[in-house]
Ligand binder design. Structure first.
Ligand code: IDP
Ligand code: MG
Length: 149
């Protein structure tokens, strides 16, 4: 089953949006299989954003993601990687559509509240970076017949 990595960044936590964001993923029907609340180390932040290491905003990004607690999650479901990106909205919250998380709650690109993997391979890399295998929970969602034929 397809999985994606989602992180509520320190601005999302500070702004008390943890419940709202989790609710949106639950309402959509995806299954939560991993969840932790942590202060991110510089090492993890730099590994996570390795693809952006040459960008001018890289050091600010690492500084910000390590500045406060983050909610790290793994969500599961058919098509979850692309669908999560749709729920999240465009990188720049000013451009993100209303109805998306960034479109509804964000304003500035450096405070865009949430991270979501951009492809299936990226998701696999990010999940293994943030979670050990035994931290992911296999369980039977009893709602499934009402969500998926
Ligand atoms: P994404 O989070 O929508 O996948 P990416 O292009 O992967 O966007 O960028 C990673 C993160 O880096 C963004 O979520 C945002 O927090 C930050 N970022 C991207 N572009 C800029 C920028 O031009 N200025 C400041 N921060 C940026
Ligand atoms: Mg990205």
């Amino acid at each position: 089953m397809e999985r994606t990595f989602i992180a509520i960044k320190p601005d999302g936590v500070q702004r008390r949006l943890v419940g709202e964001i989790i609710r949106r993923f639950e309402n959509k029907g995806f299954t939560l299989v991993g969840l932790k609340f942590l202060k991110v180390s510089r090492e993890l932040a730099e590994a996570h954003y390795d693809v952006h290491k040459e960008k001018p905003f890289f050091s600010g990004l690492v500084e910000f993601i390590t500045s406060g607690p983050v909610v790290a999650m793994v969500w599961e479901g058919d098509g979850v990687v692309a669908a999560a990106r749709k729920l999240i909205g465009a990188t720049n919250p000013l451009v993100a559509e209303p109805g998306t998380i960034r479109g509804d709650f964000g304003w500035n690109i450096g405070r865009n509240l949430i991270h979501g993997s951009d492809a299936i391979e990226t998701a696999q890399r990010e999940i293994s970076l943030w979670f050990k295998d035994e931290e992911l929970v296999h369980w039977q969602p009893h709602l499934m017949p009402w969500l998926h034929e």
